[in-house]
Write a protein that binds this ligand. Structure first.
Ligand code: SF4
Ligand code: SF4
Ligand code: SF4
Length: 365
């Protein structure tokens, strides 16, 4: 019922056990709070919530969250990608994405563009993924942002485009991402009646048009499809319990994987370092570290692992860090009571694509 109620007012669902603040109340992550132009998100103790009355559904928080703890369902990432791919097929490789304001004018064939509530719904992973799928350019069609009530959300859209440009440039791609107010003349159609069936109304309006029980099922299925696992009924405490291996349940962050795979398909990195909000790199001040392993316990993605010493009498301990798995959440740094960890948004390209972990050697023989 929570999901159904949230859906009625906000298309963003909080998946609590993916939030690093829920995993550990000392986590400093407030990326969603900072990204939200409506001040709709609160993080108190170890709980994150969205005030549905304030939320504009822009999706800025979704793009900013490193662990996919926030999921947009109007449209979901998968639905948006599908629509954008379809538009590429209709526009000679150009992915056309239109905001709801201009889409509501019904001036173009809806098969030729993907619709988003606002450009802030677009993130760099979508753009990079479309390029990997053959997009030759990206065109964002707006309904005049200057006069739109959502214009405060635009910063998120610029951030996503800048991040996409930086990631693509590091891989030798300089795709044109243009924006235009109103559909270009060649996309306009005199009579669009008959082109706009109920299938075009989008997930949220469809869900709201039916009984609450149906909306609940639709929402749950959409989220589960997006996440790739069933949302079970166990309490959060049970779901986040430390297991016999001394670790908390670990996450696969699909957007992170999608971006990495897409960039790999686009081409070899040209620059030595890649700066982004998607990938992180840590360093450990080994003389400070007392090998308590809190960082390993709380790392949500297996980016940081403890390596078992080959010889049990060996007093040297080893931690392994895999840049390809680090989502820049900062939890390892926040839980390290020796303040031995630093986190950077710059990742060495060679390390990112070299799936051998970096080893930290701690202690002396
Ligand atoms: S969707 Fe936009 S308005 Fe709603 S909580 Fe997220 S950032 Fe704030
Ligand atoms: S950005 Fe994500 S992980 Fe960070 S506090 Fe918000 S919901 Fe939690
Ligand atoms: S290594 Fe640190 S910053 Fe990277 S995912 Fe793990 S906890 Fe987050």
């Amino acid at each position: 019922m929570q999901v159904a109620e949230a859906l009625e007012k906000s298309p963003v669902i909080v998946v609590a056990d993916r939030c690093v603040v829920v995993r550990n109340r000392n986590a400093s992550c407030r990326k969603c709070v900072r990204a939200c132009p409506a001040e709709a998100i609160t993080v108190i103790a170890n709980e994150v919530s969205i005030d549905p009355a304030s939320c504009m559904g822009c999706g800025s928080c979704v793009a900013a969250c490193p662990t996919e703890a926030l999921v947009h369902v109007g449209p979901t990432d998968a639905m948006l990608k599908q629509a954008a791919l379809r538009s590429m097929g209709q526009n000679d490789g150009c992915a056309v994405i239109a905001c709801a304001r201009i889409a509501s004018k019904r001036q173009a064939d809806p098969e030729r563009y993907a619709e988003v509530p606002c450009f802030s719904r677009i993130d760099e992973v979508l753009i990079v993924d479309l390029v990997a799928q053959g997009a030759t350019s990206v065109l964002l069609v707006d309904g005049n942002c200057a006069t739109c009530k959502n214009r405060v959300c635009l910063e998120a859209a610029f951030t996503a485009v800048d991040q996409a440009h930086a990631l693509l440039a590091a891989h030798g791609n300089d795709i044109d991402i243009a924006s235009i107010t109103g559909f270009p003349d060649e996309m306009k159609v005199e009579d669009t009646s008959g082109m706009y069936g109920s299938s075009r109304r989008g997930f949220l309006s469809d869900a709201l048009g039916v009984a609450k029980d149906t909306a609940k099922t639709a929402a749950k299925t959409a989220i589960e499809n997006e996440l790739g696992y069933k949302i079970d009924e166990r309490s959060i405490g049970e779901r986040l319990r430390v297991g016999p291996d001394g670790k908390m349940p670990q996450l696969v962050v699909k957007r992170h994987e999608t971006a990495l795979n897409a960039l790999d398909m686009i081409g070899q990195p040209e620059s030595g370092a890649i700066a982004s909000r998607l990938f992180g790199s840590i360093s450990i001040n080994t003389p400070k570290c007392n090998v308590c392993g809190m960082c390993v316990t709380f790392c949500p993605t297996r980016a940081l692992m403890r390596d078992t010493p080959k010889n049990p009498s060996d007093r040297i301990r080893y931690f392994e860090f895999s840049a390809a798995d680090c989502v820049q959440c900062g939890l390892c740094k926040d839980v390290c009571w020796k303040c031995a960890i630093t986190l950077s948004n710059e990742v060495d390209a060679a390390e990112l694509y070299d799936f051998e972990p970096r080893v930290f050697r701690i202690g002396s023989a």
